[in-house]
Structures are given as structure tokens and as C-alpha cells.
Design a protein around this ligand. Sequence first.
Ligand code: GLC
Length: 428
Amino acid sequence: MQKWFEDAKLGIFIHYGIYAVDGVAESWSFYNGRMSYEDYMKQLDGFTASKFDADAWADLIEKSGAKYAVLTTKHHDGVALWDTQHSHLNTVKKTPAARDIVKQYADAITEKGLRLGFYFSLIDWSHPDYPSVYEGGNVPEDPASANRFSSPVDGIQDESRWEKFLEFNNRQLEELLTGYGKVDLLWFDGDWERSAEQWNLPHFKHYLKSFQPEIIINSRLQGHGDYKTPEQGLPITRPEGPWEFCTTINGSWGYVPADEHYKSLHQIVRMFCDCISMGGNMLLDIGPKEDGTIDERQEAILLGLGSWIRAHEEAVYGTKEGVMSRYYGDGSTLSADEKTLYLFVHGDPKESICMKGLCNEIQKVSVLHSGKPLTYDIHGGVPWFQIPGTTWIHLTREDTHELTTVIKLEFAEKVNMYGGSGAVVTHN
Ligand code: GLC
């Protein structure tokens, strides 16, 4: 895994597409029959990108504190946001926007010094050759029950059409990986409708890396990706290896004005702290309007998160996952040298916060955003059995940040936590 990714902590996901015209769910709305394919595709005529300003996006993303961005270059609907030569279904040829959105996005993101990510749907529910085979080649008992956009409904598989689709897929990916400068991250989606064998893995991955040797590929590649992508529900157990939690700000990936179910800024900050406490990144999604502007509520969340991160930078970038939540409940991170522990405090403490199992002697405790030193007490502990007491750090409401407060604990040595079950104290 590339170090930049593990150090970055925050990325911004952008679901931009023709679905913003009617404000409906991306691709799924026709696949699930909530609207006809024809009506869905009529949105092509309304996609103007008339106020699309890639520099403004890059500026907002940088202000959010994110170090990378991931744009939907093509969602499951098959509409490419770049000037692809392999299909007419793209924003240059088929929409009044008549421009290569990916190009402008890539230039602006790269210019800002952010890492460039492309979301690419392996599923293409518009391509005539895509619904030619079933997952793993297994014909279902009732072929007619298959969804016509993803599988043949007559029970007949056509391998040669599938090969044609793979060729098309490879050509489109080649365009993305060769025409837009350095691409840092490829975010696949929709691998689930075919098996690893059908996607021609691992050969397919080698093919992609031949264009961009340092590229990171997410896990949605039938077991061949570089990191895990839990979605919408925060992990409770730390996922194994590198990971990134993707989430929406309201409940929708794309622009759905009817969806008013927004998370608050504090909730977003807490979710972010939860991710980095467990060694993960957060990929926070925005869904721009069809004209390319961003809903002010989403913009406010990005700016708010950014100013929280700026006030707490050393607890965020380049840190490692913190101590387990049984030592401290609200989450924490550790500096790279493991000699500084950052505790997140989400609520208003009454008089103190409590940390268990800490074996190190504390050199200094302070509130990160204000630098104010704090006092603490240690109660209990059995030093001759190496069982530490409980550390009570004195903290009241006046010392807290308006969102999440960070308490900085400094030690002379690497942090050392007690993991035992306690003992009967003899030799008192
Ligand atoms: C799901 C959905 C898709 C969305 C993605 C984002 O896989 O299919 O619509 O783009 O999640 O993580």
C-alpha cells in the first residue's frame, strides 16, 4: 500500500452524472424499474454542466482537508464523463455540456497537489454486450427472472460477446489511464456481477498497472484489490489491512434534492474520528447538481470538517490507529513514533475523562486546539504487578472545542498498554 494513502485520512468522493438532472438515484433508478431506461436517458438532454468549475471543486476539496478525490468517470449507467472514442454514450457527444469533465477535473485536482482518483464502474448496463453471461457462468434456474440490464434473460450465454465487452472495458480504461496524467487511485465498483475469472483476474490488474505502475486499486475487484471499502455502515471490528469507509452526507450518492436526511457536521467529524481511530480513511461523498455546483449544505460540511481538521492536524495526518476502545471509548490516534496519543472527546465531560490500562508515565497532557495544559490523577494500580491504575484527565466544558475536542498525551517512550485481566493483590 502506498504511504500517501495511509497518511491521507480523508478523500472526497464525487458522484456526478446525468442522474443529477432529475435528481434520481444514480443508475439504480432504471435498473430497479423506478423509471424506464428511456426516461432515465432523457436526462442526457438536460445535463449542461453550465456552471461546472473544476478549480472551484479542487479548491473546496482542498479546504475540506482531503488529500485525494475520486470522481465517477462512469457509473453503472455507462455514461462516460470523458471524451471516450469507444462509445457515443459520453458527456461530450450526448449532452449539451459537450465537454470532457474528467479532463477538467483531473487537471484541477493535479494542479492543486491533490491525489487523483477515478471511480469506474465495471458494470455497464447500457452496453449491448454486457448482459451476455451470468455471474460465474452459472445459468439460473429461471433465466427470465434475471435483470435484462445485467444478464441474458433467455438462458443463453455468449462468451464471444463477453470477450467483446472486456475488450471495450480495457480500451476505456486505457483512455483513462493514459490520457489524464498520473492517476493515483482507481476505484472500481460493480465487480459483483461477474467472477474473478470472468474479469480475467489477475491478468486484468497487471494490465491496469502497466499504464500506471504506482496506482492503488480498491477492493471491488473480486479479491484482487489493494484495500477494503466498507460502505455506509461504520465498521465495528477493524477491517483487516488498509481500508477506507465511503459514506454520503445525506443518504444519496448523487444529487437528490428530495433527500433532506443530512448528517450534522459533528456527526461527520465523529465518523471521521472513528475511521482514523481504527486506521482507516474516510471517503466522503458529494453529489453535485447537474450544472456542476454543489449544494450549500454539502459545501458547509466540507468546509466545517476542513476547519476542524486544520485545528487538529497533528492528530490526523500521518497518524496510526489509536489504542483499543476498551482503554478509551471515544477513539484515538497515535503519532508515527507512538510517543504521542490523541484522544477524541465527542461530548461535554462533567469533570474528567477516563483512560484505562496506560503503563507509560505522562510527560504532558494538553488540549490540542488551545494548547492549554491539563492536570490529571491516577487512581489505583498495582505497580509491583505491572498493573496500571486508571488515569483521570481533568476536563470541563470550558476547555472543549465546539465539535470534537482532542486531548494530547505525551510520553518519553512508545505508548505501552496493559492487556491483562487484573489480579488478586498480594504483598500489600
Ligand atoms: C454502491 C452503488 C453505487 C455507488 C457506490 C458507492 O456500490 O452501486 O451506486 O456508487 O456504492 O460506494
